[in-house]
Ligand binder design. Sequence first.
Ligand SMILES: NC(=O)c1ccc[n+]([C@@H]2O[C@H](COP(=O)([O-])OP(=O)(O)OC[C@H]3O[C@@H](n4cnc5c(N)ncnc54)[C@H](O)[C@@H]3O)[C@@H](O)[C@H]2O)c1
Length: 336
Amino acid sequence: MRVFVTGSSGFIGFHLCRRLLEGGATVAGFDGMTPYYDPALKRQRRALLEAHAGFVQTEAMLEDAPALARALAEARPDVVVHLAAQAGVRYSIEAPRSYVDANLIGTFNLLEAARAAGARHVLIASTSSVYGANPDLPYRETDRADWPVSFYAATKKATEAMSHALAHIHALPVTVFRFFTVYGPWGRPDMALFRFTEAILQGRPIEVYNGGEMWRDFTHVDDLVRAIGLLIDRAPPGPEGRGDPVPGDSLSPVAPWRVVNIGNSAPVRLSDFIDILEAELGRPAERLMRPMQPGDVPRTWADCSLLGHLTGFCPATDLRAGVTDFVRWYRGWNGV
Ligand SMILES: NC(=O)c1ccc[n+]([C@@H]2O[C@H](COP(=O)([O-])OP(=O)(O)OC[C@H]3O[C@@H](n4cnc5c(N)ncnc54)[C@H](O)[C@@H]3O)[C@@H](O)[C@H]2O)c1
C-alpha cells in the first residue's frame, strides 16, 4: 500500500509514518517544517523516518498548490492521511491568519490534489475542540458541533465541511478524525505534558488554569496511530451499497463521508494529571493558579463506541503508564 502523509515530521505524523513503514507500507511524507515550535525536533523525527527504505519526504508548504500537487502525483498514493495543520488553541488568538492559510487554503489544496492523484480514501485530522460549547458529555460524533469557542476549532470545523462537500461532489471517500489531547514520546513542546515536564525539571513554576478544575481525555499516541491504521481500511461507503447500519454511525446521508472520535474515554482532572507527573518526576511542581484561558473548554470526553464498532479497538492506555513512557523518553532525549 502507498500512503501519502502530510505533517510527517510532526508529532502524530511521525508516529503514524513509523507504524505504517513497520507494517510494510511505502510512505511519502510532506511537511513544511514550520517554526511554530523548534524545527530541530521535526528534523530529528524526519531523520528517524528516513532510515527506512520505504520513506521519502517533500519539504514544502500546503499553501504551495503546485508543489503539493506534484508530490501527490509522483507518490500515486492509495490513501492520503492529512495531519499537517496549524495546531494549538491559544496561538489562534495571537495569529489567526496562519490558521486560515494552513488549515483552510492548505486543506482545500490537499483535497483537490488528492482527488487528481486518484487516492481512494482521504483521512483528515480534526479535533475534539470542534465540540466547543456543546454541553453533552461524553461527546458523540452525532452531537451538534456548531459552537466553536476558538478560532482553531472554527477552522477545523470548516475543513470538515469542505471535505464533506468534495466527498459528495466527487464521490471521494473521506474519514474525518476528531482527536482528543494526544500525548507521548516525541510529543509537542507547546502541549501541557512537555511544558510541565520541562518546567518542573528546571525548577520553574507551571501555570494551572481554572484552579486545576479542567478535564482532558488524554490519548496515548500509540493508541491513536493504531486506530488510524485500522480506519485506513474502513473507507466510508457511498449512499448506494451500504450494508447493515453501524450503531451510532455518523455517515453522511449523501456522501462517502464520516467523522470518528479517537480518544481514551477516561477524562482526567488537570490537578490529578499534575500529581501523576510530580510522582513520576519525583519532584513537586510550583503551581501558579490562573483563570480559565479564552478559547479553552472545561472538559473533553470522547465517546469512542463508533471507533469500537468500526475497528474492534478503543484506546485504553492508563495515564500513569503513558506519563512514565513520556518521561522515560524525555529524559533520554534531553539527557536529564
Ligand atoms: N496533538 C494533539 O493533541 C491534537 C489534538 C487534536 C487534533 N490534532 C491535529 O492533529 C494533527 C497533527 O497534530 P500534531 O500534534 O502532530 O502537530 P504538529 O504541529 O506536531 O504537526 C503538524 C506538522 O505539520 C506541519 N505543517 C504545519 N503547517 C503546515 C503547512 N501550512 N504546510 C506544510 N506543513 C505544515 C508542521 O511543520 C508539523 O510538522 C493536526 O491537524 C492537529 O490539528 C492534534
